[in-house]
Design a protein. Structure first.
Length: 175
């Protein structure tokens, strides 16, 4: 009986620790652009605020698309290239990570239905310590630059290369 109690106490403490990490993570300003035409891909942007110890985003998932990945952009030979993030995204202790156009973003490939302006969609961010955190995302106008008209820089999308990724005809020059 004492062993059973010890095992249950250990499991309960792990649950409390995981919830404590999750309570330290705040997701804000989550948004995505509405789909244009027959485009079967979409991207979501957000800010991860960490009120506690260092953590790492190790994955993302969603029922909205055939494949959902963490992506970023890199500059190579004066061409901006989109790439899947390998190894996760560090979230510093008491810091934040900004997912924005031209940087980190949630890439949804093979959308099962177009993203429609005004709807709320959900993805789940997978953290190394905090565990799974569901995120509600507001779908904005296809030409939106972010919540409250936030400008995310002067990126030239005309020279963007997307490598070997299948983006289903996504027009990245529509910005």
């Amino acid at each position: 009986m004492k062993k059973l109690f010890a095992v249950l106490a250990t499991l309960a403490s792990l649950f409390v620790v995981t919830n404590a990490f999750a309570a330290d993570i705040e997701i804000k300003d989550a948004w995505a652009k509405a789909s244009l035409g027959q485009v079967r891909n979409g991207a979501a942007f957000l800010t991860v605020v960490n009120h506690g110890g260092a953590d790492r985003i190790i994955g993302v998932r969603s029922d909205l698309a055939d494949k959902t990945e963490l992506h970023t952009h890199i500059m190579a030979n004066n061409v901006m290239k989109m790439r899947q993030v390998e190894g996760g995204i560090d979230v510093p202790m008491h810091g934040e990570v900004l997912f924005k156009p031209g940087s980190y973003h949630v890439m949804m490939m093979g959308l099962k239905k177009p993203l429609e302006q005004g709807e709320m969609i959900q993805v789940t961010l997978e953290f190394e310590k905090a565990g799974d955190i569901p995120v509600m995302i507001h779908v904005m106008d296809a030409m939106a630059k972010g919540p409250a008209g936030m400008d995310h820089g002067q990126m030239d999308h005309n020279q963007m290369e997307h490598g070997q990724k299948d983006h289903g005809g996504m027009n990245h020059n529509a910005n």
